[in-house]
Structure formats: C-alpha cells, structure tokens
Ligand binder design. Structure first.
Ligand code: HPA
Ligand code: ZN
Length: 340
C-alpha cells in the first residue's frame, strides 16, 4: 500500500488524455435514456445492467460496450453523456481533458454526424463553466475499413475547426496501424494532432508500436506499455517527447493485471507516461481511482504520483502558456498540502 492519502490524489489538479465519452455511460443514464427514447432493454435495474459487464479481454469488453450505445439517439443524449462525465471529474479536480468519440459507432446505427457532434461539442464548451478545458479527439474504429475511415474523415469536414486530434480504437487484432496509414498521413498533413491505441499484449504489439511511431508518426500512443520490451523504442519516445496514456484499472479488466510494473519502469526511465480511466463507467474507476490503484499496487511515492500527473499536462495538446499555468497549479497545490 502507498502512504499517499486519497484526499491528496483527489484534490491534485489533473489532466485526462485517454477517455472514451461512450465509455462514461453510467447504468442510471443508460436506463433513463432507454426509457426516454422508447428503447426496450432487457435490463431494468442498475444491478441488471452491471451484471452484463462480463469481460476478460478487449474483444469481450467491446461486445458489451457497443450495444450499450443504442440508447444514445438525440443531440441532448450526447450532451448529457459528456456533461455527466465533466461534472463527475470536476470532483476529481480535473482541469484539462481530451476526450475520444467514435463517429462510426453512431452513424452505423443511423445517427447523423451533426447530432452527436453538436451534443458533444456543446458539452465541451459548457465544461468551461466547471473550470475544465475540454477538447475532442475523433477516433476511427480499426475493425472497420480504411474506406469507412476516409468517409468519416470527409463527413467531419464542416467540424474540423472544432476537432483537436484524430485517434484509432476498437479491436486491434488483425487491424494494425498500417491499415490506416493513408488516412492518418492525410490528417497529419491537414494539421490534426494524431494518436493511436496500441492495446496491451496484442499479437504484434511491438511491431504495431514501431509502425505507429516510425511510419505513421503519432505524437502519442494510447496504452502502449508493451514498449518496455524494446529499449530502442523507449529511447525513441523519450527523445521525441512522445507520451503514453496508460489506463491501469482498464488493463486489469482486459488483461491479467494493471501493468503497474511497466508504468513505474517507464516513469523511472523518463518516458512521459500518464494515468487515465479509459471507460470509467464500465471499469468503475475515474481518474483519481486509477492513480490510487497504481500507487497502491506499486507503492508509488508522492513524487511519482505528482510526476504522472505533470506528465499529462506536459504532453497535452494545448498552448505552452496553458500548460505552464496548469503545472503551476500542481506545484502550488503540492506546496500547500505539504505545508499543512
Ligand atoms: N481499446 C480499444 N478500443 C476501445 C478502448 C480501448 O481501450 N476503449 C474503448 N474502445
Ligand atoms: Zn481506450
């Protein structure tokens, strides 16, 4: 166990960089939206919804996750979903978030791009009133085709100035980064920030990380802690200030452990590794809980936790002035806590 208090971690100013908006759908909201939209669900109570959370790897998680989105229909449903997340993480003193959304998970159900986009975007604007700077990262589903990714990239055109970056998620098995080389190169040349999931312990994890870094030229890797297996890649991300967004509690659900050892090793080597919640409604863990989980598991020091938190601000896709302001808030909080 760590000797760091829960209060210290909850109150530290924080950033979250690996968060799927669709993964913040809490059972209560799911039930409410199902009723509002006249969608017949087999589950009638929170307990019954939670009883469907049976997963032990990424594929079995995604098989629960995608059908759960059926209750999201109208613009205000997407707004309410995102707003509920922002309100929740305000309690964790989160100051800055970059959130993923999955257009193809909605268009393939007949929901228009502007419906979910306008709802999500309005919530990011209203998050400012909660003291949170929020940005959107549009992800492609890697188990769909390159053609579909390009189609959605085109569909998003009217909204480009409200999208910060482009990501890649869903099932990595047989869907490596190079399948999307062209669309990511296009996005990069159009000025978007780019990142990709390199999920834990996949077939070809190291090759996929190498291709994402060297061929695609990603600026971050989501998960990606298998990189510890290849020192040349570790040296490369350190030299190029490329961050990794690790999600310990998510890892503990879809792999055999939270990969805390890898996180600590990367942290000690100077990699910009960060701690995030991924899909907090499904894994019952918001960002502070993830930090506490990994701190307990690895007996992290207060300095380690502060470094993990600062790493997230340091690799955030916002202005240098904003980053410095957030880092100052962290320093001031730590100093005031220590003076207590
Ligand atoms: N990996 C891939 N796809 C996902 C994830 C993840 O961690 N969470 C939601 N979609
Ligand atoms: Zn993820």
């Amino acid at each position: 166990m760590t000797n760091i208090s829960k209060e210290f971690v909850y109150s530290l100013p924080k950033a979250e960089l690996h968060l799927h908006l669709e993964g913040t759908l809490e059972p209560e909201l799911k039930l409410r939206l199902a009723q509002k939209n006249n969608i017949e669900l087999k589950e009638k109570t929170v307990e019954e919804v939670e009883a469907t959370y049976q997963f032990n790897d990424l594929t079995s998680f995604l098989a629960v996750y995608y059908p759960g989105m059926d209750v999201l229909v109208e613009k205000e449903d997407f707004y309410d979903l995102a707003m509920a997340y922002f309100k929740e993480v305000q309690k964790h003193n989160v100051k800055y978030v970059e959130v993923f959304f999955d257009p193809q998970a909605h268009t393939t159900r007949g929901v228009a791009f502007e419906t979910f986009f306008e709802g999500y975007y309005q919530a990011t604007q209203d998050a400012k009133e909660l003291g949170i700077e929020a940005h959107l990262i549009m992800c492609f589903l890697r188990d769909l085709s390159e053609e579909s990714a390009f189609e959605h990239y085109e569909m998003a055109k009217p909204f480009y100035d409200r999208i910060l970056g482009i990501g890649l998620d869903s099932d990595e098995r047989n869907n490596p980064p190079l399948k999307f080389e062209r669309v990511f190169k296009q996005a990069k040349s159009d000025g978007f920030h780019i990142t990709m999931h390199c999920d834990i312990d996949q077939v070809g994890s190291i090759q996929n990380i190498s291709d994402a870094l060297h061929v695609i030229g990603v600026e971050r890797i989501d998960h990606g802690t298998n990189i510890v297996e290849d020192q040349a890649l570790v040296d490369y991300v350190i030299a190029n200030n490329i961050g990794l967004t690790s999600c310990p509690v998510s890892n503990s659900f879809v792999t055999e452990d939270m990969k805390g050892k890898e996180v600590k090793e990367l942290l000690d080597q100077g990699v910009k590794v960060t701690i995030n919640s991924d899909d907090p409604a499904y894994f019952k863990s918001y960002v502070s809980d993830d930090l506490i989980a990994v701190a307990n598991y690895m007996e992290l020091s207060e300095a380690d936790v502060v470094k993990l938190v600062k790493n997230a601000f340091e690799i955030a896709w916002t202005s240098k002035a904003n980053i410095n302001q957030y880092l100052k808030q962290v320093d001031e909080y730590v100093a005031s806590y220590q003076a207590k």
